[in-house]
Design a protein around this ligand. Structure first.
Ligand code: OGA
Ligand code: NI
Length: 342
């Protein structure tokens, strides 16, 4: 049997070819740090100035670092500790929560969908937190004993920040504040993904996570307190997202790019590996009720900015099918505006 990422990490093995990224797609490593990722104070978002900053951050980078969200760095450290505690458990203990082959929730490696797929140097624990009725509690760790309680509390806080942001995003575009939020619906889904990236002997060849856009509406990411690795593609350059102990990284997913008729961006991002230290992160993905039809808000469609996307429901499924077929999901829901078709 082939070795697990954790075993290879501990033995400092040369990563097998299945993990090696094609060199020309890797990009140069120090192309970055020129354009800083914007920092936005969530507590100031009633001011037009801060709203303007929000609109401009989301129309360019598609992400920002949120401060002033009311969660202290001590509180965020507690969440980080809960995650690290789980990951430090013996393999057999973690396997109790293993993800079944064809499922999304549970603990395990990258989901393999094709032979050509380059594998991520990571482990994940994915759990749906909302709607409450959809929780699969048999996959929720019982160790540490406050895991479930901490996850629900953190998710509730993050969800309330997301709702606030979605209202403010609408206002920043002179729309009714419920224009985006109402498309998510009362039963929108919130999935938590704990990511663990063990050290890797060849960070020049292997990625923690391949370049991707999130399928969500909006994503909030709690980064490791110290270890960096996340990069966002801005103007064709990979930009490092620095760690700020009390900040949460906010990025939009494809479904907000659709609802905003392409004004807001769902940024491409990836995670690098390093030789020294384990990195962890907790990503929270919020997406509309799958049955809801979502689409560009009417007020954002006009003659100079025609409708860019068709209405869709169950974007999660579209996204997964495209991922399997190596297609870009957003492109498949795009409307061609070809002048010679008229
Ligand atoms: C993700 C993701 C980034 C990180 O889980 O979709 O992009 O820093 N994670 O772990
Ligand atoms: Ni992501």
């Amino acid at each position: 049997m082939s070795k697990s990422v954790q075993e290879m990490s501990m033995d400092s093995d040369e990563p097998p070819s299945a993990y090696v990224v094609e060199r020309n797609s890797f990009g140069s490593k120090d192309s970055s740090t020129l354009i800083p990722i914007p920092i936005i104070d969530v507590s100031l978002l009633s001011s037009e100035d801060e709203q303007g900053k929000l609109r401009s951050a989301l129309s360019s980078a598609g992400c920002f670092q949120a401060i002033g969200h009311g969660m202290s760095s001590t509180y965020l450290d507690k969440i980080r500790e809960v995650a690290k505690h789980f990951f430090a458990l013996p393999v057999e203990e973690k396997q109790k929560y293993a993800r079944a082959v064809n499922e999304a929730e549970g603990y395990g490696n990258d989901r393999v969908v094709s032979k050509k797929q380059v594998l991520d140097w990571s482990y994940r624990l994915s759990l749906r937190v909302f709607p409450k009725e959809k929780r699969r509690l048999s996959l929720w760790p019982e160790n540490p004993s406050d895991f479930g309680e901490s996850l629900v509390e953190f998710s509730t806080k993050v969800k309330s920040m997301m709702d606030h942001l979605l209202r403010t995003m609408a206002r920043s575009l002179n729309l009714e504040e419920g224009s985006f939020l109402s498309q998510f619906g009362e039963q929108s889904s919130l999935v938590a993904r704990f990511n663990f990236y063990p050290p890797c002997s060849r960070p020049d060849l292997v990625l923690g996570v391949k370049p991707h856009t999130d399928r969500s509406g909006i994503t909030v990411l709690l980064q490791d307190r110290e270890v960096e690795g996340l990069q966002v593609l801005v103007d064709d350059k990979w930009v490092n997202v620095p760690t700020i102990p009390d900040a949460l990284v906010v990025n939009l997913g494809d479904q907000m790019q659709i609802m905003s008729n392409g004004i807001f961006k769902s940024p491409m991002h990836r995670v690098l590996t390093n030789t020294e230290r384990l990195r962890m992160s907790v990503a929270m993905f919020n997406e509309p009720e799958p049955e809801n039809e979502i689409g560009p808000v009417e007020g954002l469609i006009n003659e100079t900015r025609p409708r860019l996307y068709r209405n869709v429901n169950n974007y999660g499924d579209i996204n997964y099918r495209c991922y399997q077929e190596g297609k870009i999901a957003l492109e498949t829901v795009q409307i061609a505006h070809n002048s010679d078709k008229k």
